[in-house]
Design a protein around this ligand. Structure first.
Ligand code: KIV
Length: 305
């Protein structure tokens, strides 16, 4: 059992105006371990899993079951940061009762420490109901991907003064309701700056300029784990897809050229057993039964160097 102390939603809220918060998405155990080793304050099991892992064009088909599955996988890494489970589209748009049930599944079955949901004043009754069930909520405003059809595409939001004013009012309403942080996605920097100055909980930006209390990006975008076009706000810190292709090409070439596996990747029989085996097969013209071949083999031996 890992003994490092886990970050909680109240601890994240208390970081308002302090050291910048770092948040990254993760969708399975290996990505969560990498995010944890790198020191993520918050790991978001985002419904962006639909795009970057499942190859879908949008996030709309994600289900609560799928989000629970990915959240539970992330939790097996026992990360020190706060794990936030993303509520998928239609899991909180009908009734507050259904929203509480679905948020509860991300906590109870997935193991998350908080949930995230998109929308402002329109979702206040749902936000309050989930908070009343003692589940910390992270808000998400601006370019909210679950509204792709309503927005007419993935477009920067709050570019006009009236829309910006609405967004700032939404942020204040969410903060007043008790969310512990708000993601601001795809909004002009001045809008994000204003929200950050006017609310008492941390803002976490993605395509929202440099003045938020923290920043979030998608794991596969940051690491270049795909070769698709990325949004303007993404900075790629590695091109791991290229590294992976080169590694696989080398493996395939080694197999084709007979240089993999080599001595160091091969198991050997004790000399005397090999001798008996050779004599038996020479005498009978066929291989002995599996009892002799498998004799003394332990599963752990597979890991021995
Ligand atoms: O699903 C997701 O990854 C997100 C982040 C981009 C904030 O919502």
């Amino acid at each position: 059992m890992k003994m490092t102390r886990k970050l909680t939603a109240p601890a994240i809220k208390a970081r308002k105006g302090g050291d910048k918060l770092v948040m990254i998405t993760a969708y399975d155990e290996p990505s969560a371990r990498i995010a944890d080793r790198a020191g993520a304050d918050i790991i978001l099991v985002g419904d962006s899993v639909a795009n970057v892992v499942l190859g879908r064009a949008d996030t709309l088909a994600m289900t609560v079951d799928e989000m629970v599955y990915h959240t539970a996988a992330v939790m097996t890494a026992e990360p020190s940061g706060l794990v936030v489970g993303d509520m998928p589209w239609l899991s909180y748009h009908t009734t507050p009762r259904e929203a509480v049930h679905n948020a509860g599944r991300l906590i109870r079955d997935g193991g998350a420490g908080a949930v995230k949901l998109e929308g402002g004043r329109k979702r206040l009754d749902v936000v309050r109901a989930v908070l009343d069930a003692e589940i910390p909520v992270m808000g998400h405003l601006g370019l909210t991907p679950q509204s792709v059809h309503a927005m007419g595409g993935y477009r920067v939001q709050g570019k006009q003064a009236a829309a910006a004013y609405e967004l700032i009012t939404d942020a204040k309403a969410l903060a007043d309701a008790g969310v512990f942080a708000i993601v601001l996605e795809g909004v002009p920097d001045v809008v994000a700056r204003t929200v950050t100055e006017e609310i008492g909980v941390p803002t976490i930006g993605i395509g929202a300029g440099a003045d938020c209390d923290g920043q979030v990006l998608v794991f596969h975008d940051v690491l270049g784990l795909h070769d698709k076009r990325t949004a303007k706000f993404v900075r790629q810190y590695a091109q791991l897809a290229d590294t992976a292709v080169a590694a696989l090409e080398e493996f395939f070439s080694d197999v084709r050229n007979g240089v993999f596996p080599g001595e160091e990747e091969t198991y050997h029989m004790p000399e005397d057993s090999a001798q008996i085996l050779a004599e038996l097969s020479e005498a009978s013209g066929e291989l002995p039964g599996s009892g002799i071949v498998a004799d003394g083999f332990l599963a752990d031996e597979a890991m021995e160097n």
